[in-house]
Design a protein around this ligand. Structure first.
Ligand code: CP
Length: 309
């Protein structure tokens, strides 16, 4: 029997061997993906995408990844489902499991919902983003993108900038990068950056401190207005204080730093327009690598449906 995990809920729940294997698999799956071929890893399996929050990149790349692995893919559309008539997550999952799904990819605004589904279902459950908690497939595509660019990540410095407090991406990506030996720092508006004593991660609140820290990679986060019930900073000041302005882009270019962003980008807030065209922007690489990373994740997990137990 395979010893690989059933679910992907957080990076913390994975061993170092799991992380290395999934990243190695991503490199192999990228060759399959870029050649236009398919891989039979999920032939005869059923994959369900269950998104209670909007998504462009994560849902479409998981669906593409599953099809490239020869799975049947069902898209559950919350807006046109019985959820709008009040059906609970529990009853929705029971209904869908009766259709013998092997993999459920779930995004929900509440932290912990994928874990609850994972305990309940024989299918492999993949957390595609739960509230401000975790977004592990994003972490894998980010780490894979940086490995492509730099090789070993040991000693590389990545500063994650923006709304750290509400960011599942910051949590998952900083965790995987640290597990791979990179150094991570956070920067952003004071109320949105947790204290170092709580995270173990150095905390900065201005760009001068960041440039002094000498990062290799500038990783911008989207300002998540939908997760803030009260304003944490004056919105008009955000770009000047924390964004990549035209001026800062020149300095980033001179230092040959890379820029990343998980998307969707708020142009003129996190990044000026020219930053989208910057020669060392890895943003399109992140999207492309999302398919390969997710092919690797799907083929690595072991649903209990495979063992009829
Ligand atoms: N990075 C990310 O999660 O993007 P989506 O919200 O478009 O899936």
């Amino acid at each position: 029997m395979s010893t690989t995990p059933k679910d992907l809920l957080t990076i913390d729940a994975l061993s170092d061997a799991d992380i290395r294997s999934i990243l190695k698999g991503a490199a192999e799956m990228k060759q399959v993906f870029c050649s236009g071929k398919t891989h039979p890893a999920l032939a005869g399996k059923s994959v369900l995408t269950l998104f209670y929050e909007p998504s462009t990149r994560t849902r479409s790349s998981f669906e593409l990844a599953a099809r490239r692995l020869q799975a049947d893919v069902t898209t559950f559309s919350v807006a046109t489902s019985s959820v709008v008539k009040g059906e609970s997550v529990h009853d929705t999952i029971d209904t869908l499991m009766s259709m013998h799904m092997d993999y459920i990819i779930v995004r929900h605004k509440n932290s912990g919902i994928p874990a609850v589904i994972g305990r309940h279902a024989k299918a492999s459950v993949i957390n595609a983003g739960d509230g401000a908690h975790a977004h592990p497939s994003q972490a894998f595509l980010d780490a894979f993108t940086l490995q492509e660019k730099y090789g070993e990540l040991s000693g590389k410095r990545v500063v994650i900038i923006g709304d750290i407090l509400h960011s599942r991406v910051a949590r998952s990506t900083s965790t995987i990068l640290k597990r791979l030996g990179a150094e991570v720092a956070y920067m952003g508006p004071g109320p949105l950056v947790p204290l170092q004593k709580h995270t173990g991660i150095p905390r900065f609140t201005n760009w001068d401190a960041i440039f002094d820290w000498k990062p290799d990679v500038i990783y911008l986060l989207r300002v998540q207005n939908e997760r803030m019930d009260t304003p944490y900073f004056p919105s008009a000041d955000y770009h000047q204080a924390f964004g990549v302005t035209e001026e800062r882009l020149k300095r980033i270019d001179a230092l040959d730093l890379s820029i990343m962003h998980p998307g969707p980008v708020n142009r003129g807030v996190e990044l000026c327009d020219s930053a989208m065209e910057y020669r060392n922007s890895l943003i399109c690489n992140q999207v492309e690598n999302g398919v390969a990373a997710r092919m690797s994740i799907l083929s690595y997990l072991t649903p209990r449906t495979q063992h009829n137990d």
